[in-house]
Design a protein around this ligand. Structure first.
Ligand SMILES: C[S@@+](CC[C@H](N)C(=O)[O-])C[C@H]1O[C@@H](n2cnc3c(N)ncnc32)[C@H](O)[C@@H]1O
Length: 246
């Protein structure tokens, strides 16, 4: 069968199911609502891409932005606690780690890049996360492949900071969004360039999903992609919630 599902070499089943150590202190804290600043503090210890790949748009979500996103998702929409969550383009795992800290029941992080997944795996070990698995897979295949069809509708919530489609991969953010909508039964949280807002709102309407622009953020690409030649590359980014109509 033709498939673009890539299994990690250490996988014992189809997915890269990474064995996790038991972790206690942070999860115990997650039973109580974690404060925004506390979450941001923990996320500062998540290691980022060692050699970010420009073509894959490997800029990490900053601890501040990740904490703001996740805190809003749980405090305003109650879409994390005890939920099954998929993180598309998990990278080094800052969103997955934060979601787990805030009490998600289970998280699956998906990325195309094995180097990113290796760093992510090390982060999960460091944080002793037991409820996060990783899958090496091209998100483009999630919209179509028969093999990954069985993931469809398996997650309450999808979170992501997708590639924006600025590196000769125009439209990749919309592919991520479509995949997220297929995987989720409830909601998808995502970041997209503000300049594409009109297009995204139209697509959401075409697809029959509800959409809210929760916030507009400034994203400092120069700080995240350290090798970027320009001094400052602040871009305006929208934080969205998409939800399936009931
Ligand atoms: C902007 S980074 C975000 C990383 C991480 N989620 C974070 O918040 O720090 C985008 C991620 O998407 C991954 N990616 C790019 N193209 C992909 C594809 N076609 N399928 C799966 N992952 C992809 C990259 O490797 C990268 O880790």
């Amino acid at each position: 069968m033709n498939t673009s599902l890539y299994c990690h070499p250490h996988s014992t089943v189809n997915f890269m199911l990474v064995p996790r150590l038991r972790y206690s202190i942070i999860m115990a804290a997650a039973r109580k609502p974690m404060r925004l600043k506390e979450l941001e503090g923990y996320l500062q210890d998540v290691e980022v891409f060692e050699n970010p790949k420009v073509k894959l748009e490997q800029y990490p979500t900053t601890p501040h932005i990740a904490a703001c996103m996740l805190h809003t998702i749980t405090s305003t929409y109650d879409d994390l606690v005890d939920k099954t969550v998929a993180d598309l383009g998990v990278g080094c795992g800052v969103l997955s780690v934060g979601a787990s800290m805030l009490g998600s029941g289970y998280v699956l992080g998906i990325d195309i890049d094995e180097d990113a997944l290796a760093t992510c795996s090390a982060n999960l070990d460091e944080f002793e996360m037991t409820n996060i698995d990783l899958l090496e897979c091209d998100v483009k295949s999630l919209a179509s492949s028969e093999v990954v069809n069985r993931l469809h509708g398996k997650f309450d919530t999808v979170i992501m900071n997708p590639p924006f489609g600025t590196k000769h991969n125009q439209g990749i953010d919309m592919v991520f969004l479509q995949a997220g909508l297929k995987l989720s039964t409830n909601s998808v949280y995502s970041l997209h360039k503000t300049s594409t807002r009109e297009h995204i709102l139209k697509k959401a309407s075409d697809w029959g999903v509800d959409v809210t622009v929760i916030a507009q953020l400034r994203y400092d690409l120069a700080n995240t992609l350290k090798f970027h030649k320009k001094k400052a590359v602040d871009i305006e980014v929208d934080f969205y919630r998409f939800s399936h109509k009931r």
